[in-house]
Design a protein around this ligand. Structure first.
Ligand code: ATP
Length: 307
């Protein structure tokens, strides 16, 4: 019996590893799930792309839960030079829109069009070069800041890098780093903060001159002031691309041309910040709630309450 107990103990000591392995296998299944239902990519790779994106009456359920659509009859239009924001409670379907845009999944109903053509009629590689997605926790390589940013475009010059960094409101803090653009940006270097990482990632996206820039809560670690500066710079640059912005902090989307409030996979309301405030609905209530939370806090970037 003693032997049995110690055998169990030994097994239990492996439990964290087993748990980790199970977690990893779930991830693998999630990946396996994705592929078969996505049609192969097409051959379109036009020289000129306007960047006009439309989700038309999209209904989508994940393969694991086919009876539970997470987007229902969802429509969105993203025009070149404009910013469209997706906001709303957690689980509303915001990130799912990004996954569909990245062609990880295929909607069961409706369609996604880019310059009037279905997304799947383009070459995947082409889409990657035209649609840049910056996530909340971007991965930087254990290389210099310079290499990390230039990675966004083959043969990028230093001038391209400076331009992109300025747009991302990153140039100043980078030049203030001990080794400037040669500073190690990697985890171990630990010389850049979360908010600085996000700005380096935005610069890396912008240097590739994408037609569509998706910011998936990509400025959430910045304080309100510096988030605002990034947005202003992006808006100035937006004559070149269309921006789809996902944000939990509503102060981030005030200047967007169009705001869509997604709840339970459906558009609850949409309009400009002013229109939605005037309407006094869910968006207005959320703005009020976040303002109150902000006032309660000390104002040191603590207004990031997740909704
Ligand atoms: P958050 O604000 O928390 O990021 P969100 O609005 O981005 O939320 P999604 O991540 O798009 O919402 O999730 C929408 C719904 O889809 C949720 O109910 C979620 O549980 C579900 N979901 C997300 N990913 C998967 C998946 N791989 N398989 C099955 N269901 C999923």
């Amino acid at each position: 019996e003693l032997q049995f107990t110690s055998a169990v103990e030994v097994l239990m000591s492996y439990y964290p590893h087993v748990k980790k392995a199970i977690g990893a296998s779930e991830k693998i299944f999630e990946y396996v799930d994705r592929k078969p239902q996505v049609p192969p990519d097409g051959s379109l790779a036009p020289q000129k792309l306007k960047g006009h994106l439309q989700f038309k009456n999209v209904t989508f359920a994940y393969p694991r839960r086919p009876d539970t659509p997470v987007l229902k009859d969802f429509s969105l239009e993203l025009k070149p030079g404009q910013v469209t924001a997706l906001v709303g409670p957690s689980g509303g379907g915001k990130s799912t829109c990004v996954s569909l845009l990245e062609r990880f999944y295929q909607p069961q109903e409706g369609e996604i069009l880019l310059d009037g053509q279905p997304l799947h009629s383009y070459q995947n590689q082409y889409l990657h070069s035209k649609i840049a997605v910056v996530s909340q926790e971007p991965v930087l390589f254990a290389r210099s800041v310079r290499e990390n940013i230039k990675y966004g475009r083959e043969n990028a010059t230093d001038d391209d890098m400076f331009e992109a960094s300025k747009m991302a409101n990153a140039h100043k803090f980078i030049t203030d780093l001990p080794n400037g653009y040669n500073t190690d940006a990697g985890e171990k270097g630990g010389q850049v903060s979360g908010g600085q990482k996000q700005r380096i990632a935005i610069a890396r996206a912008l240097i590739g001159q994408p037609q569509i820039l998706v910011l998936d809560d990509a400025t959430s670690s910045l304080d309100t002031e510096s988030e605002h500066l990034v947005h202003q710079a992006l808006l100035k640059s937006s004559n070149r691309c269309a921006i789809l912005m996902i944000a939990h902090r509503l102060s981030a989307v005030e200047k967007a041309n169009h705001i869509i409030f997604l709840q339970g996979g459906e558009v609850l309301e949409e309009g400009t910040h002013a229109e939605l405030l005037e309407k006094g609905g869910a968006y207005a209530q959320l703005v009020q709630k976040q303002n109150t939370a902000f006032q309660r806090n000390t104002g040191e970037g603590t207004d990031t309450e997740k909704v």
